[in-house]
Write a protein that binds this ligand. Sequence first.
Ligand SMILES: O=C(O)CCC(=O)C(=O)O
Ligand SMILES: [Fe+2]
Length: 315
Amino acid sequence: MGSGSARCLPKVDFSTLDQLTLGTPEWESAKVQVRKALEEYGSFEVVYKDVPNRKNMFSAMEDLFNLPLETKILIQYKEPFTSHQFFPGLPLFESTGINDAHILEEVKTFTKLMWPQENEVFSETIHSFSKIASELDQMIRRMVLGSFGIEKYFTDHINSTKYHLLIIKYKAPETGDDAFGLKAHTDKNMMSILYNNQIDGLEIETKTGEWINVKISPKSFICLIGDTFSAWTNGRLQPPVHRVTMRGNKDRYSLVLFTASKGGHIVKSPEELVDKDHPLLFNPFDYQEFITTYASSMMDGKCDMDLKKYCGVQH
Ligand SMILES: O=C(O)CCC(=O)C(=O)O
Ligand SMILES: [Fe+2]
């Protein structure tokens, strides 16, 4: 199972689309491509638009990780994996995050904790990025629901989720060897929109066990579905296993806009996706309760907790 495969992720062009182009031939064509890509890969590259000031955004991210640890840990959210974090087995990885980063005031609150004297470039660029990524998330979810003929659930789908922006730094490996940035996993949440400073490293596994080395242009983003969306579709879409491998001598900066179901909301497959050929795969669950259970099992050194174990239906 070598890396270096020449296979690419499917690429879908959203550059002429927005929520107002719903139902146009361009929208319908993108919808078919999105559904096909998600069925085959659980993921795709989406070409959309330039992130304003991206160079300044990445240099502001560099400044953020250069702050002293006691400053970086000032952000404390109660949901697992959302505040500043690093892991003993992953020496190249460090991350922090901002809840509701598509709302400027929320980004400014974070910025003020990191830089009491303000850092307008950080706030403005991170907010613009998050808005663009949240537009993409909503268009993609609308297309997925539309492709199953159940667009009527779209508003509920959007209202029952929230956004968290994960900001990641992967240090360049020192030895010159390939090194683990992030171990192979599936995302647990609904959907993830990824972007980076064009230092490659993201690898996505295909259903046949090949690893695709993902490359992106400044206008493109990677969309991945997570375990929660897969469960909601009653297994019609499968989340892709992915990892980050660092090569070369440049640090990698990555942004991931995570869409996650709100606490108190019960994730449940719509009745249209459950029938005798597709028996229910997951009992209804609260994502926030699941992720808390998952995080505490990880803390206990157990790595075998997943959504199937948590609420999978035994057939
Ligand atoms: O940095 C990346 O490209 C991937 C990050 C990722 O997979 C994650 O945070 O779950
Ligand atoms: Fe991931």
